[in-house]
Design a protein around this ligand. Sequence first.
Ligand code: SF4
Length: 340
Amino acid sequence: MRPTSLIADLEQPLIDLGAKPVHVRRLLRTWLNALPEDAGRSKPEHFLPQAVREALPGWRTMLDGLARLHSQHPGEDGSARLLVDLADGQQVESVLLQRDGLCVSTQVGCAVGCVFCMTGREGLIRQVGSAEIVAQVALARRLRRVRKVVFMGMGEPAHNLDNVMAAIELLGTVGGIGHKELVFSTVGDERVFERLPQGPVKPALALSLHTTKADLRARLLPRAPRYEPAELLARGEAYARATGYPMQVQWTLLRGVNDGADELDALVELMRGKYAVLNMIPYNSVPDLPFERPDWDEAAAIARHLHRRGVLTKLRQSAGQDVDGGCGQLRARAAGERPV
Ligand code: SF4
């Protein structure tokens, strides 16, 4: 269950050989910001001690081996799902999003067990190390530009907090990503509300709400902390006001489950006056799970209704849903295809 590699583990070998921290940061910046056309064009690093220069090829091979592209699945909407091999043979999914975004995974599997999620079905297999999280960004940048990173892939970032915070710090500094373009997504966890305000890089916050009813939320997200929805949003909003960027409230729209008038009325009350935006995402159907995706027109009508009643609502498509690859499905399918 131990993360395979911490960023400090990557830096230390070079420091032991005589590199200064500033040099290591420069090398990491080069690796993390490389574009497709940079392949094979790295310049000699004359500023480094010779022992470090000699060790660099092995170091770069180690970095590149943290996350390798297994397969790419483009969607009609301009997004693309990536199945990514980690060094120990585990796999995670990343998603290239429209407008230079990337969704990364923070765990292999997940312990929250949301009943509508493929990833939640297999439980937690292992944490994704901070360097492996950053490596997903480096890999994606070799395919296209990435200026926004959302931590909404496989896993619950709050359950891997040290690694996610370390990755956020690196991405928000040497990775050159604006702090509000880093989006920490969580079902809600006390440690998140304590730690996020203390970090040197403060990401935007997205809270997965999905329903206004605490009892229904406990059934849909069985191992999420038991917050009353109003309390959860109050905690998130305090952080949003402190950082100056609005809280994102995530609502996966499940036909017949959380799309009724009672839910929408309660949602209007909960969101009233909040420094927040509602992201409504029609569910991406998963075979064998008993949840249905509402029609796009139905979802659009719900979003318009909420908007008219004062809730800033963005209706979003689940990226690449036409490739039949909701979170965790590519990995599950590949695992099914692998010989055992
Ligand atoms: Fe985990 Fe997110 Fe899936 Fe819930 S929806 S089980 S938090 S990966």
